[in-house]
Design a binder for this molecule. Structure first.
Ligand code: 9MG
Length: 254
């Protein structure tokens, strides 16, 4: 629900467009709809609490009143998490892995699943902070630290989903190194989420604009699933569901 996601004007038009897109995604086979009010693209600025609430909560209510679908809320603000949970949000997806003030406390009072994503830096500056000692070990260390923080706050480990954060403070090479080794994070025994869809790691490699990244996005989705990803975050739902069905049909004989 950020202005760059639905560029056709006012809030009602945005809500209507988002509901139509939700319906289409459900028809195409999406199990989870992830909605957010703050862009996490490289260079994006943070939005105020009031703006984020006004973007997310009406859409959450509208989806919940119309569809039987799991809704994930993409936010890093404790107050948005709290309001979303009061309106039946099913999952919290935090690209800052509950590091902002109050988030751990809000979520300790509930039992919804939580996606902890790794990001080096912040969206505004993250592509300038791509230095790691050892990419995979540093991300694993981050996961260990965030899992421990959750447990200390009273959040059970089995509620957590881990996401290495493709494109969040990683170079092109680092993103592909991560994709090739995603299965290493299975040692945490937690579900893995992978989000590569239409990202620069595809656009920059193939020199394709955002609208021309379908083949690249599908390929990364298939690789991620083969590496053990349990949730694939995508824009092109129908095509990705088809690809996953083909993969599944093959996997039963492996
Ligand atoms: C909100 N958002 C954008 N990209 C994402 C990704 O790769 N993972 C998660 N968890 N959220 C994302």
């Amino acid at each position: 629900m950020t202005p760059d996601s639905f560029s056709d004007g006012g809030r009602f038009a945005q809500l209507d467009a988002a509901l139509k897109q939700t319906e289409q995604m459900i028809t195409d086979g999406a199990d989870i709809i992830d909605i957010g009010g703050e862009s996490t693209r490289p260079g994006a600025l943070e939005v105020s609490l009031a703006d984020e609430l006004a973007r997310v909560i009406p859409l959450l209510k509208a989806i919940k009143s119309r569809f039987e679908v799991v809704v994930s809320i993409d936010t890093s603000k404790a107050a948005v998490m709290s309001e979303a949970l009061a309106n039946d949000a099913d999952i919290i997806n935090d690209v800052r892995a509950l590091q902002n003030e109050g988030c751990l406390d809000v979520l300790a009072k509930t039992d919804v699943p939580i996606c902890l994503m790794h990001m080096q830096g912040l969206p505004r500056t993250m592509q300038a902070t791509t230095q790691y000692n050892h990419l995979l070990e540093d991300i694993s260390g981050f996961f260990r630290q965030r899992i421990a923080a959750c447990q200390q706050a009273g959040i059970k480990q089995q509620r957590l989903i881990l996401d290495p954060g493709f494109g969040f403070g990683k170079t092109l090479e680092q993103n592909y190194q991560l994709l090739a080794n995603l299965s290493q994070f299975k040692t945490f025994n937690l579900p893995l989420l992978s989000g590569t869809s239409r990202k620069s790691m595809i656009g920059n490699l193939l020199e394709r604009s955002v609208e021309q990244r379908l083949a690249g996005s599908l390929t990364t989705a298939i690789i991620a699933a083969q590496q053990g990803a349990n949730i694939i975050r995508v824009h092109d739902v129908k095509e990705t569901v088809d690809a996953m069905k083909v993969l599944q049909a093959t996997k039963q004989y492996q």
